[in-house]
Ligand binder design. Structure first.
Ligand SMILES: NC(=O)C1=CN([C@@H]2O[C@H](COP(=O)(O)OP(=O)(O)OC[C@H]3O[C@@H](n4cnc5c(N)ncnc54)[C@H](O)[C@@H]3O)[C@@H](O)[C@H]2O)[C@@H](O)CC1
Ligand SMILES: [K+]
Length: 479
């Protein structure tokens, strides 16, 4: 089962892994042609009704594989308005060949032949809202025709994720959907073929630049929409919470508050004028601070607890009490991690241990990343948290979905890069709904920033090089 958003990411990841989108369209078109030839004898009349996106593009490819049939392709609109290059190339190939193509400039002009098979290639996962003209009229014309209707990827007008059709929709006899079943197709009582189109399993397992699509921002958003983060840290160390806070900004947080013991508050303030510093009495986090922290955390979109806290008894008790009472999203890092397995909480935890910290949590030790992927998935399920286990390959899992991130380099063993990753992840869990996706993008961006830093500083890179490069990795790295 795959959602449209996930499919769009996997599509780009496949391309990042060397499978061109054009090849995916070829495979899709071939699958559509196979579905036609399984339902109609050669010589039958096939009418293709195509939209101007890649759903249509798939059918332009299918037409080329149906040369034993009497095929006509009806494009809803003018060819020069075809929206993507790969669809346009496939349309041009039809016109260059001797295929019958019709540009339907007006919905009333759709003149469907008396066909044995109609291919519905108007819209697929790109549909937004109720079907507009001319697709709505065309959908009714397709349904009124006395033909076998085969839908490409999704019946036009049906939402691939919900199965709803807010407006008109094609009633297909058969759907050829690509790569994996779509949630919205399962409860339609239509015969569905899931066609393998050559997307490698790696495109789903590895975090690649397609995963950055999840960061697309709603243009209508305004200040404060994109994440208010509270960082709870510091004590023996002052740099760690400041680094995490800086990283959270660079990963898109709008506001970052840093709650640290008053003894290091001036140092943290000195690090950057961007933070709002909330001083806690004394020189270490203690149970007496928990009520104040819960108040501070109440209207935040995410909390990061751990950087620089140290592990004295009182501090760890305070972490346990905070987690036991908080029910929002919490990224847990560094010394706070060891508390997690013992604490009962309603909070949605994202833990970011390195392998030593994972073992301290009672988690598995496994050198080979594929072994580790399975072991981390099992442990994540056991403790009911999302785990981002850092390593040469980072493994991210919530026990259901497991991802692997391959960006990063040995230069990143320098102190502080974990504080940066924790800060980045705390901002991303406010922008991306699924915590596995958010943590995966966090690992990807942090490692990518490290790779960019190595270009500038070799293995002399330091953690403070990373936060600005995280912003580049997230927003300026499109190839
Ligand atoms: N993502 C992938 O990995 C692959 C996608 N492929 C195909 O690409 C399709 C998605 O292509 P696109 O993203 O270009 O989108 P679609 O081709 O599904 O639809 C986009 C077109 O529909 C129009 N449209 C959107 N909402 C509408 C509405 N409510 N009423 C009327 N017109 C509307 C848009 O203006 C645009 O012209 C998939 O369904 C599949 O068929 C395949 O090539 C296989 C690979
Ligand atoms: K369709």
């Amino acid at each position: 089962m795959i959602t449209s958003d996930r499919m769009a990411a996997v599509d780009v990841n496949a391309e990042a892994l060397g499978v061109p989108r054009k090849q995916l369209m070829e495979s899709s078109g071939n699958a559509v042609a196979s579905a036609v030839s399984e339902r109609a004898e050669p010589g039958s009349t096939v009418a293709i009704v195509a939209g101007r996106g890649n759903n249509g593009g798939d059918a332009f490819v299918a037409a080329r594989f149906l040369d034993e049939y009497d095929v006509s392709v009806h494009l809803l609109g003018r060819a020069e308005t075809i929206g993507t290059e790969i669809a346009r190339e496939n349309w041009d190939a039809l016109e260059a060949g001797d295929y019958e193509t019709v540009e339907v400039k007006d919905s009333r002009a759709l003149d469907l032949p008396d066909a044995d098979v109609i291919v519905d290639a108007m819209l697929g996962t790109g549909v937004a809202g109720a079907l507009r003209e001319p697709a709505a009229t065309a959908a009714r014309a397709i349904d009124d025709a006395d033909a076998t209707v085969i839908a490409v990827d999704v019946p036009s007008g049906v939402d691939a994720d919900t199965g709803e059709a807010p407006g008109a929709a094609v009633e297909a006899d058969h759907v050829v959907t690509f790569h994996d079943q779509k949630p919205g197709l399962t409860d339609l009582d239509i015969d569905v073929t899931v066609a393998d189109i050559g997307i490698p399993e790696a495109a789903e397992l590895f975090v690649e630049r397609g995963d950055l699509l999840a960061l697309e921002r709603d243009p209508r958003s305004h200040k404060g929409d994109h994440g208010e983060v509270l960082v709870i840290g510091g004590g023996p160390y002052s740099g760690a919470p400041a680094l995490s806070a800086q990283a959270a900004f660079r990963a898109g947080a709008d506001l970052v508050r840093v709650a640290v013991p008053e003894t290091i508050a001036p140092d943290v303030r000195g690090f950057s004028e961007n933070f709002i510093v909330e001083p806690l009495t004394g020189d270490a986090l203690a149970p007496g601070h928990v009520d104040e922290l819960l108040e501070l955390a109440a209207d935040q979109d995410a909390v990061l607890i751990g950087p620089g806290l140290g592990d004295d008894e009182g501090t760890l008790d305070a972490v346990g009490e905070f987690l036991a009472s908080y029910d929002g999203r919490v990224v847990v890092d560094a010394d706070a991690l060891q508390v997690v397995p013992e604490v009962e909480t309603d909070a949605e935890l994202v833990c970011t241990p390195h392998q030593g910290e994972l073992r301290k949590m009672g988690g598995p030790a496994a050198d080979d990343w594929e072994e580790r992927a399975d072991a981390v998935s099992a442990f994540a399920g056991e403790i009911g948290a999302t785990l981002l286990v850092k390593g040469a390959h980072d493994v991210i899992s919530d026990g259901e979905t497991t991802r692997v991130n391959r960006t990063g380099n040995p230069g990143m063993t320098v102190g502080g890069t974990g504080d940066v990753l924790a800060g980045v992840t705390s901002a991303l869990v406010t922008a991306i709904e699924d915590p596995v996706q958010a943590a995966g993008v966090g690992a990807y961006a942090n490692g990518r920033a490290g790779d960019l830093a190595v270009d500038d500083h070799g293995y002399g890179l330091v953690a403070t090089d990373l936060p600005p490069l995280v912003a580049d990795a997230l927003w300026n790295d499109a190839e």
